[in-house]
Design a protein around this ligand. Structure first.
Ligand SMILES: *[C@@H]1O[C@H](CO)[C@@H](O)[C@H](O)[C@H]1NC(C)=O
Ligand SMILES: *[C@@H]1O[C@H](CO)[C@@H](O)[C@H](O)[C@H]1NC(C)=O
Length: 125
């Protein structure tokens, strides 16, 4: 059991996505959990299943389901997005620790682009 716990814990500590510039944009809104979870996996034309990175090197991308929409835009103009699913999900969790689950926000995630960081927004649509 102890072995299992440490084996599972190790990969999580390898790289923790850092987020900055977090603004909780509307604390009165709580988005639908299922729609937000689905929208999360719709970025870059879809990152579900075995896809581990944003595909296609887009210069901006959205992921939408129902009333939840994620938007990713590189901070540096002309940079392309190649964020990994692991970092993406870690960043979302880190923001949720500040704003709450399923709350609209804007934030800057470290890395995730060909150069520089990416701005991320979760909005109600
Ligand atoms: C902070 O977030 C805002 C809103 O997304 C964005 O316009 C701005 O570029 C970000 N600032 C930095 C330093 O990334
Ligand atoms: C994204 O592209 C940059 C620059 O080419 C590279 O250093 C980085 O490793 C790439 N990240 C991923 C997750 O592929």
């Amino acid at each position: 059991m102890l072995f299992l716990v440490s084996a599972l814990a190790a990969p999580l500590s390898l790289r923790t996505e850092t987020v900055s510039n977090v603004t909780c944009t509307d604390s009165s809104v709580t988005l639908d959990t299922h729609e937000t979870d689905v929208a999360l996996l719709q970025i870059c034309g879809g990152i579900s299943g075995s896809i581990e990175f944003c595909q296609g090197n887009p210069t901006t991308t959205t992921g939408t389901d129902g009333g939840s929409q994620f938007t990713i835009t590189p901070v540096e103009k002309g940079a392309t997005i190649n964020i990994s699913k692991g970092r993406w999900e870690q960043g979302i969790k880190a923001v949720a620790a500040t704003c709450g689950q399923n709350k609209p926000f804007t934030a800057t995630f470290t890395g995730g682009a060909s150069t520089g960081d990416v701005n991320v927004a979760l909005t109600q649509v």
